[in-house]
Design a protein around this ligand. Structure first.
Ligand code: F6R
Ligand code: MG
Ligand code: MG
Length: 372
């Protein structure tokens, strides 16, 4: 069995919250290469999207392994030092705890981990997003694994026809449920259509009994009780041979669907699929970006990446993103551009409620028509 882990954190932005400094990327790659040389990892590649640095790793320690998580924690401490040395913005932003204890749960960094027996050929896509929330994967995952208008294989590939099982987390109540699709499609949509609360965590094939997807689901605001940076999720999707083909996995991103995030983590904005070179959200701290790094996993090695959205066939989606962004921006501080009050990452509402408490008055009585 091999485990593919993406562990990511924002340990400092260059400039503002828009990108990771090249020195931090170099330090991350050096640390990964040493960990491969030392035998901790089978392979390791650094990735980035916006101000988030991702460690993409293969190893044989399983998910939630202390040695892998503590390695990632140490790398993030090192990149934080580099960020501090250069005066970068928000150095150490996602490191919420002073000391590592066991694994990264609740400590700030996000992670998606998937354990599998390597198939004769194992194509995977690592998706990295910035300026958005974990539920941003719900719509594309639904399309990949449950929508025959997206995924032809659901109709015409005998290995996919039985459908997929989706594991959904309730982030507010910290519970989870499995939905068996297509039988329970409508039930599932009731939940995952509310992505600020319900988030797809994994997907497995009913025919192959293989896990095909792992997403990161941590929500920093709920962990920390206050805003410390947006969640900026990552996701692993295995492709082909009874799972969605590479092109079916990428197809949902040809539509500029909106997700929560963008400026101050408090706005709906369209997801822009971009090449690694364009993964630097700047306009209104957005629009949220997603990159897709394709690898062939071979004997535990990561052959790649291929920068899959570096492709003119996503130009229309990018143009649509800019149009939708222009349209939403004109709402300024009004919903649906601004998130509903309960989902805002920044708010002045609690202070305003106190300040204005004694200025609110009852509404005037409705005029009562005089009796005839
Ligand atoms: C959103 C994000 C940014 C910041 C914004 C304000 O996820 O990271 O939009 O929220 O730039 O940042 P501060 O409060 O650090 O000035
Ligand atoms: Mg940041
Ligand atoms: Mg970020």
């Amino acid at each position: 069995m091999v485990t593919l882990s993406i562990i990511k954190a924002d340990t400092g932005g260059f400039v503002g919250h828009s990108a990771v400094h090249p020195d931090m990327l170099a330090a991350g790659q050096d640390a990964l290469s040493s960990a491969v040389a030392d035998g901790l990892l089978l392979d390791g590649k650094v990735g980035h999207c916006g101000d988030d640095l991702s460690l993409i790793m293969t190893h044989e320690h399983g998910a939630d392994a202390e040695e892998v998580h503590s390695f990632a924690w140490d790398v993030f401490l090192r990149t934080t030092e580099i960020a501090k040395g250069l005066g970068l913005y928000g150095a150490g932003q996602d490191l919420l705890s002073d000391a590592f204890s066991g694994n990264l749960r609740g400590m700030g960094p996000g992670y998606a981990e998937l354990e599998f027996t390597e198939r004769p050929s194992e194509p995977v896509v690592c998706f990295l997003a910035d300026k958005t929330e974990p539920g941003a994967w719900n719509l594309p995952l639904y399309k990949m694994f449950a929508d025959p208008f997206n995924t032809a294989g659901l109709v015409i590939d005998a290995k996919m026809h039985a459908g997929f099982r989706f594991e959904v987390y309730d982030l507010y109540e910290e519970k989870r449920i499995w939905f068996d699709c297509p039988r329970e499609l409508y039930e599932m949509l009731m939940f995952i259509g509310a992505p600020a609360r319900y988030v797809i965590h994994s997907v497995e094939s009913k025919t192959l009994h293989e896990q095909a997807v792992a997403t990161s689901t941590q929500r920093l605001s709920l962990i920390a009780g206050k805003y410390v940076g947006k969640d900026d999720p990552v996701m692993i999707v295995r492709c082909q041979s009874g799972l969605p083909a590479l092109g079916e996995v990428l197809e949902p991103f040809s539509f500029a669907y909106t997700a929560g995030g963008c400026m101050r983590g408090s706005h709906h904005a369209p997801m822009m699929p971009v090449s690694v070179n364009d993964a630097h959200p700047a306009r209104f701290d957005g629009p949220p970006r997603v990159v897709a790094l394709g690898f062939q996993v071979h004997q535990g090695k990561l052959i790649g990446p291929r920068d899959l959205f570096d492709d003119p066939s996503f130009d229309r989606a990018r143009a649509q993103t800019n149009e939708v962004m222009d349209y939403l921006r004109r709402h300024g501080p009004f919903e649906p551009h601004r998130l509903p009050l309960e989902d805002l990452e920044y708010t002045t509402m609690a202070d305003l409620e106190k300040l204005l408490a004694d200025r609110w008055q009852s509404m005037p009585e409705a005029a009562v028509p005089a009796p005839r």
